[in-house]
Design a protein around this ligand. Structure first.
Ligand SMILES: NC(=O)c1ccc[n+]([C@@H]2O[C@H](COP(=O)([O-])OP(=O)(O)OC[C@H]3O[C@@H](n4cnc5c(N)ncnc54)[C@H](OP(=O)(O)O)[C@@H]3O)[C@@H](O)[C@H]2O)c1
Length: 328
């Protein structure tokens, strides 16, 4: 099979599309013939081994995995002997969040991990919406109905997901984006859209229960005027001088947990939740460019510009297998 193999940590030039042996499913695994994957900030950060301590998980001197790629959508083409929850031909999507490997024509994944049937009527290329939504969910799950949140950077993969997931929880949402993304933020359901290029988003005359920096471009200090007394500040990144990390540890020690860098968890449960939202028309991935597998280096380079809108996808299998399977 063809796969985008990583030859070591570094720039996107460390990726090579090669022929490698097709994986065989273990007893508890299914094999997916992948139609669509994505290149996301988890992939680019893992390739760069950034931050450095990620190497403790991904491999000290070189990456443990053959290929990157977390999101996948495709068709099951083989089953391990112990698998009864899926059948050959099922249309599925999910996240290979620990082993990666979706930048390839085939992927094996345990049937009880983050893999579910694609809701009826959703094409493969719209199903690969896991990564950003999973990260966003770590924050939006803290919101109860009627609470007020501000999402800074609501145009990236995490930000576009955060707006929708916060709305699905019944929260009031203010989305902060640049000029080119104001209509998108409104279309995603934000109650108010603030254009950070035209307006000081910290002086909008509202306060919030939760402020979420979804692109790592602001700080808790800057956002203080927006926060109610007991407000939570969440961020996707370490912050200036690792301040989010340090404040997170400090507040953690005092027991208040008012600054957090939420680590995504419970991937299997989350992917089922996302599928349910999609099935009920309450969630849609926002997609930017699509690259063929052969041009995956360009996809990584584009994602590293930090200018994408939502998700960048990778087409692996053309138009085959587009019809709905009998399993919803
Ligand atoms: N370490 C990891 O493994 C890991 C994994 C996933 C995510 N993350 C972090 O999570 C963050 C979000 O990831 P993502 O994939 O959602 O990001 P993304 O899609 O790359 O975000 C791009 C968006 O950010 C907006 N943006 C750029 N500069 C901005 C600014 N100064 N203020 C507000 N918006 C700005 C851009 O639109 P405009 O320029 O039009 O505003 C663009 O739409 C990243 O900071 C990343 O470091 C880390």
């Amino acid at each position: 099979m063809k796969a985008a193999v990583i030859t070591g940590y570094g720039s996107p030039d460390r990726l090579e599309v090669r022929d490698v042996p097709r994986p065989q499913p273990a007893k508890n695994e299914v094999r997916v013939q992948i139609h669509t994957s994505t290149v996301n900030r988890t992939d680019t950060a893992t390739l760069r081994a950034h931050p450095f301590f990620m190497r403790a998980i991904t491999g000290l001197f070189r990456p443990k995995m053959q290929s990157l790629g977390m999101d996948f959508a495709g068709v099951i083409d083989a089953l391990g002997a112990d698998v009864s929850s899926f059948q050959v031909g099922d249309r599925v999507f999910g996240m290979s969040s620990e082993r990666f490997g979706a930048h390839a024509e085939f992927l094996c994944i345990p049937a009880d991990e983050a893999i579910v049937h694609i809701p009826k009527g959703i094409p493969f290329e719209q199903a690969v919406a896991g990564e950003g939504a999973w990260y966003a969910h770590g924050t939006t799950k803290l919101l109860a109905e009627g609470q007020r949140c501000l999402i800074y950077g609501a145009s990236g993969a995490i930000g576009t997901a955060a707006v929708q997931l916060a709305k699905a929880n019944g929260a009031y949402v203010v989305a902060v984006v640049g000029t080119r993304h104001t209509s998108l933020a409104k279309a995603l359901g934000a109650d108010r859209v603030v254009n950070y290029e035209r307006e000081d988003f910290t002086a909008i005359g509202e306060t919030f229960d939760l402020v979420f920096d979804a692109v790592g471009k602001t700080s808790r200090g800057a956002c203080r005027p927006l926060m109610k007394t007991d407000a939570i500040y969440c961020a996707t990144d370490m912050g200036p001088y690792w301040s989010n990390m340090l404040l997170g540890i400090w507040f953690g020690l005092t027991g208040s947990k008012r600054v957090r860098i939420p680590f995504p968890e419970d991937a299997p449960e989350f992917i089922q939740y996302l599928a349910d939202l999609m099935a009920h028309g309450k969630y849609r991935g926002v997609f930017d460019r699509t690259y063929p597998l052969e041009e995956i280096t360009s996809a990584f380079q584009y994602v590293e510009t930090e200018q994408k809108t939502g998700i960048v996808s990778v087409e692996i299998l053309g138009q085959q297998g587009q019809t709905d399977s009998p399993h919803p």
